[in-house]
Design a binder for this molecule. Structure first.
Ligand SMILES: *Cc1c(COP(=O)(O)O)cnc(C)c1O
Length: 408
């Protein structure tokens, strides 16, 4: 059935080397023509009929023992879903890993990784700031029993100790876009698994597994879904770690809904073109912002991407209040452009001193560039920056209220 064919598809895909753009539209779909389908089916079943309960017992025993995705028909929605499995297959192909395991959100995915390590008695995490605010909070507050040591990338090796189960980094980091040499950190981590949060770069710009990361995490809510309408998380990794993650997912229940799995598979098919188009626009906006006297500093990653961080001379809250085309909202990676103030929203939950120490200043704004026309975006940013305290905005201050009035 569908689950067996997903496994067959995985084998078929492993035999053929295809370029990432091709994988994006074909991976996870190799069996469709054989099934007489073009669009992937959505299987919403929570349970599956079986007249062979001895067989089911054997399959559940096997899963409990090794965590491999059960062969044959699915058993129960929390154990695995064929539509979600298509997304997992496709993401693993794009990241260049053996496997991937999907979860209900990025935070559910990170929690599952921590639970796997904690369950093995390896509760100590070495992490580099900044991380996404809630990832920082999950570690700092010790909600799952982890204990964290915060270090610079150069301090990773010295912070390792016998109980260290994980080294955790983001590159480019949320929200400062600070970049880390993943190869160097993977080397420093030695036998301790390196988890690289690849949410910002996506596999289009960077494949951390090729640089030595054992675990590649995504908030699939962002670029992988790409349209601001799916919450999801996923960990791409080797099959051995994937088995532990499936066992934790089964026991703790942070599963991805099949409809979300369908939307993510669909999102992946346009991921390369979306990321390239938005990155080109972001690079141009970053160039203009860097030359603008109202802007104190622009952070734009060397590897490119569609995210920009900027520090303004004026009041960042006024910029947020003045955008008209751009949506003032947290999150990122959608087809439309979003702006937010990390110190107020995405990183609010981090202690202010820790936040500022990580480079997340009170005048920092984070821009997620979408697929709009670059001139329309620039017009909006230019208006929102207003007179901006930088002295070049004469005349612009008058333009903003007119546009406000036009909006009603
Ligand atoms: C949003 C985000 C997360 C958390 O993902 P959710 O899907 O919101 O749970 C983790 N890491 C990074 C870098 C993020 O931007």
């Amino acid at each position: 059935m569908d689950h067996g064919t997903a496994n067959a598809a995985r084998t078929l895909a492993a035999r053929t080397r295809r370029a990432p753009d091709t994988e994006a539209v074909h991976a996870g779909r190799d069996d469709l023509a054989r099934l007489g389908l073009h669009a992937p089916p959505i299987d919403l079943s929570t349970t599956y009929p079986s007249y062979d309960s001895r067989g089911e017992a054997a399959r559940i025993d096997a899963f409990a023992a090794d965590g491999a995705a059960p062969e044959g028909p699915p058993v129960y929605g929390r154990l695995g879903n064929p539509t979600v499995a298509r997304f997992e297959t496709a993401l693993a192909r794009l990241e260049g890993t053996e496997s991937a395991v999907a979860f209900a959100s990025g935070m559910a995915a990170l929690s599952a990784v921590l639970l796997v390590r904690n369950g093995a008695g390896l509760r100590h995490v070495v992490a580099v700031r900044p991380l996404y605010g809630c990832s920082d909070h999950l570690l700092t507050a010790g909600l799952l029993g982890s204990e964290v040591t915060w270090v610079d990338p150069a301090g990773v090796t010295d912070a390792l100790r016998p109980g260290t189960g994980l080294v955790l980094v983001e590159s480019p980091a949320n929200p400062t876009l600070a970049e880390i040499d993943l190869r160097a950190v993977a080397h420093a981590a030695g036998s301790v698994p390196l988890l690289a949060d690849n949410t910002f770069a996506t596999p289009v710009l960077q494949r951390p597994a090729e640089q030595g990361a054992r675990l590649v995490l995504h908030s699939a809510t962002k670029y992988l879904g790409g349209h601001g309408d799916v919450m999801a998380g996923v960990v791409a990794c080797d099959e051995e770690f994937a088995r532990r993650l499936r066992q934790v997912r089964f026991a703790t229940g942070g599963v991805l809904h099949p409809l979300a799995g369908y939307l993510l598979l669909r999102g992946l098919s346009t991921l390369p073109v979306r990321v390239r188009a938005a990155s080109a626009t972001a690079a141009e906006l970053a160039r203009r912002l860097a030359a603008d006297p109202r802007v104190a500093k622009v952070h734009y990653p060397r590897i490119g991407g569609a995210m920009i961080a900027l520090e303004v001379h004026g009041d960042p809250h006024e910029v947020i209040a003045a955008v008209r085309l751009i949506t003032p909202a947290v999150s990122l990676g959608s087809v439309d452009t979003l702006i937010q103030h990390p110190a107020s929203i995405s990183h609010r939950i981090v202690d202010p001193a820790d936040r500022r120490g990580a480079g997340v200043g009170d005048r920092l704004l984070r821009l997620s560039v979408g697929l709009e026309d670059v001139e329309d975006l620039w017009h909006d940013l230019d208006g929102a920056l207003g007179s901006g305290g930088g002295g070049s905005g004469a005349g612009r201050a008058g333009a903003a209220p007119a546009r406000r009035a036009g909006r009603g």
